[in-house]
Design a protein around this ligand. Structure first.
Ligand code: RUQ
Ligand code: CUA
Length: 662
């Protein structure tokens, strides 16, 4: 979005708002005086008290997800998802490396945009959170019992998984669609044959009701345009999905001009229940594909990758009643569905109004064949026949809309830097509040569910300018907390975010806290290198592979002296944390190791691979301050020359293990 801002500005400056320098524009009323008098007390969470709300914020180009408390704006945690994280050993320890495997190899980074909480009956159930990788198309699942990434599924034949990952009403599916239509994976052809050869794809990923495991159910082949954002229908529109798309010009170069030619692009309505019927009737075609499914097993505490070779596809051009296009003014971005499921709000970035579509009218228009024609084999409904009405003169550069529980919608305006509150039924504007500066997404607590909690809204801003102490050329991204409990919106708090906060989801805290896991029980640990107690600790050698079955407990490792390792050995430290108390992790690090530390939760086992390249005596130690004698939690590994005959010995305390046994 940050990059888009330049091109967007060129167009908007040229054709809409001459003279308005939008990236630097300071909305009226900017400054501290815009904050209401009781703001401090509204966001103050006294020491030892809990926040009322969790906010899960995407890290954008950091590839991660961060967890905040609301209303305080306190940062609790950064959960690594698509990017490696040495702080947690994520992508460095042997257990999590498979999560980042793809058909393009091990990928240590991605760009993640849209967190999506799992739903039951259209409401956030606090079980899992899904998030998309935009660059190398994948969807990840985070388990909210542990706040860990436990699954990543690659999406085949997809470019730029941006319209993703949106959950249907009961998390039957999460979906992801091509933002960059492409030829199939591993096919190359002239780029200017886009119109003839490139393909758009919508992925439907089935989610297991009990475990949450993802499975590629099917793909729908759709025309090659840029699918941007999506929402599932709910209530009356349950069974449908709505995708915004731009570039119906099907341009493949200079999109800022070439994809802004037409007056209208589309919202694509997808009848996924119908798609299921066609699949059951055998209309799916199995096609070869190539993609990774990486799953973390809670029992073995280890991720495994499987490579999948097939995908079932449905052709939207042949199966006419799965997909319909609704014309939508000027490069729509956000596509949001209100709590009843009746209204679909589409925000055209370059449009002067916000169209609100009616699901009821859409169904009647389909029934009555109110088509204005076809686009690339897909029926296009008549704009007037599906429109409930338009919000007139709402602001400049509308992007995203969320809802409260009182029938109001809140739309973000990137160019005019504001949030606008309007009535969903009458489409009258009720209030507007400036944001500092250039808001992208916004979120309301449970604001995409059937039951929003209309107390807070967070504006997720792209540009910070003068709001914080400067930090060199790059300033932090910023969130702003807004009170939406009354008729007038009130600014309460600014707080910085980690990475670019594309989207966030907020949820009432008790829906998450009731499921928290505090420790991993030792008796349930099925890790293949689990060491249940110090007596079971050992060091084994098979060829040049040395496996250290190690334990950690306050405040020592067992063993803490190891000899007989040789240069060029592949040493694996499999460290089990024997603690069974909440919040007692141990860390583990070895001098010169080319990866990261381990950070091992109570009852967990993690493995660090180390190939010593030089002779020496190498200290190792605990990196997480775990007790008064944490600093003493240390040891040594002696590394001898490659051909040496030093036997493998290990111990903690004075007697070497070899002597104790005598
Ligand atoms: S997109 S605002 Cu993924 Cu709107 Cu960023
Ligand atoms: Cu264990 Cu510090």
């Amino acid at each position: 979005m940050k990059k888009m801002s330049n091109s967007l500005s060129a167009i908007i400056l040229g054709i809409v708002v001459t003279g308005m320098l939008f990236t630097g524009c300071k909305p009226k009323g900017a400054g501290n005086n815009a904050v209401s008098a009781d703001a401090a007390s509204r966001v103050y969470v006294a020491p030892g008290k809990y926040d009322e709300i969790y906010m899960f914020t995407s890290g954008g180009f950091s590839g991660q997800l961060s967890v905040y408390g609301i209303p305080s704006g306190r940062l609790f945690k950064v959960i690594p998802v698509f990017s490696v994280d040495p702080e947690k050993g994520y992508g460095f320890n042997e257990e999590t490396k498979p999560l980042l495997q793809t058909t393009k190899g091990f990928i240590p980074w991605d760009d993640s945009h849209h967190p999506s909480l799992s739903k039951t009956d259209g409401n956030d159930d606090g079980r899992w959170l899904f998030i998309n990788a935009n660059n190398t198309p994948r969807i990840a699942r985070i388990d909210l019992k542990t706040f860990k990434t436990v699954e990543i599924l690659e999406l085949p034949n997809t470019g730029g998984n941006h319209a993703s990952p949106y959950c249907t009403e009961n998390t039957e599916y999460v979906v992801g669609a091509s933002r960059f239509s492409v030829p199939f994976d591993d096919e190359e052809m002239p780029i200017n044959s886009f119109k003839q050869n490139f393909k758009g794809v919508v992925n439907f990923i089935k989610v297991d009701k009990e475990k949450g495991n993802m499975n590629m159910a099917f793909q729908i082949d759709v025309p090659a345009v840029d699918y941007d954002l999506a929402r599932a229908g709910k209530g009356v529109s349950h069974g449908w999905l709505f995708f915004s798309c731009y570039n119906s010009e099907q341009a493949n170069t200079l999109l800022e001009v070439n994809a802004s030619q037409k007056d209208k692009d589309f919202i694509m309505a997808v009848n996924w229940k119908k798609a299921e019927e066609y699949l059951a009737a055998g209309k799916g075609v199995k096609k070869p594909a190539n993609y990774y499914h990486n799953l973390f097993n809670e029992e073995t505490q280890t991720a495994r990758s499987e490579i999948l070779k097939e995908v079932t596809t449905l052709d939207a051009r042949a199966l006419k009643d799965i997909c319909y296009y609704m014309p939508c003014p000027k490069s729509p971005h956000g596509c949001d569905v209100n709590p009843t499921g009746e209204y679909i709000v589409a925000s055209g970035k370059l449009a002067a109004t916000i169209p609100v579509f009616s699901f009821k009218k859409m169904m009647a228009a389909i029934e009555g064949k109110q088509f204005e024609g076809e686009f690339d084999g897909i029926s296009v409904l008549k704009y007037e026949s599906v429109l409930a009405g338009e919000v007139e003169k709402p602001g400049l550069g509308p992007l995203h809309t969320e809802f409260d529980d009182k029938g109001f919608a809140y739309t973000s305006f990137f160019v005019s830097s504001e949030v606008v509150k309007w009535n969903v039924e009458t489409r009258q504007i009720i209030d507007r509040i400036p944001t500092y500066y250039s808001i992208g997404h916004l979120c309301v607590v449970q604001g995409d569910s059937k039951k929003p909690f209309g107390k807070y809204l967070v504006a997720l801003n792209k540009i910070t300018k003068d709001r914080y102490l400067p930090t060199g050329p790059e300033l932090c991204q910023s969130a702003q907390l807004i009170d939406i409990s009354g008729e007038k919106m009130k600014l309460l708090l600014d707080f910085p975010t980690i990475g670019e906060p594309h989207y966030a989801q907020m949820i009432q805290a008790d829906l998450i806290t009731k499921n928290q896991r505090k420790v991993y029980k030792l008796e349930e640990n099925k890790h293949p290198y689990f060491t249940p107690n110090e007596k079971a600790a050992k060091v084994t050698r098979v060829g040049n592979a040395v496996h250290v079955y190690m334990t950690a407990i306050r405040s020592h490792f067992y063993p803490d002296n190891i000899e007989g390792v040789k240069v060029g050995d592949e040493v694996y430290f499999h460290v089990t944390n024997l603690a069974q108390d909440w919040d007692v992790p141990h860390g583990f690090a070895v001098k010169g190791a080319g990866n990261s530390e381990l950070l091992i939760m109570p009852g967990e086992t993690q493995s660090l691979k180390w190939i010593p390249s030089r002779v020496g005596v190498y200290p190792m130690y605990c990196t997480d301050f775990c007790s008064a004698l944490h600093q003493e939690m240390q040891g040594y590994i002696r590394v001898s020359p490659a051909g040496s005959n030093n036997p493998l010995t290990f111990h903690t305390g004075n007697k070497p293990e070899s002597e104790k046994k005598k």
